[in-house]
Design a protein. Structure first.
Length: 141
């Protein structure tokens, strides 16, 4: 099956979060920081609603960050923005997502191969997931 088309989303992230994503990209040999962002998003999606910063809390030292997201990832982000209420933005949700993920163990966020339906296994139908798992095993040995 053909992978669903990804859409571009630009959010404002703190420089610390951008550095955190860059570090994970290097450490886990991810193709780019957008992939690291998607890993964090998929991890957050599996954990339930986010704790958003109070509205109007200005983020210090932000920079625009571009990620290419699949339709279900964009839908989840949109749902989190709606749940957060009036005045909430995708940038605030992305910041809350990075905060939540940065508090966890990075292997849980970036070292797990996830498919649309959950955590991938060697039996996953998703060819990309199987290839990523094989690469992960090769790196570990």
């Amino acid at each position: 099956t053909m992978a669903s088309a990804k859409s571009e989303l630009v959010v404002d992230l703190s420089c610390d979060h951008v550095r955190w994503l860059e570090g994970a990209t290097a450490e886990y040999e991810l193709p780019d920081t957008g992939k690291a962002f998607r890993c964090a998003l998929m991890f957050a999606m599996s954990r339930g609603p986010l704790a958003l910063p109070s509205p109007g809390t200005p983020a210090e030292g932000t920079a625009p960050f571009t990620a290419r997201l699949a339709p279900q990832q964009l839908a989840w982000l949109g749902e989190e923005v709606r749940r957060a209420g009036e005045g909430a933005t995708a940038s605030q949700v992305a910041t809350a997502m990075c905060n939540a993920c940065a508090q966890g163990h990075s292997d849980d966020v970036f070292g797990v191969v996830r498919c649309k339906t959950g955590v991938a296994t060697a039996d996953s139908a998703c060819e990309g997931a199987r290839a990523a798992l094989a690469k992960q095993r090769a790196r570990a040995s």
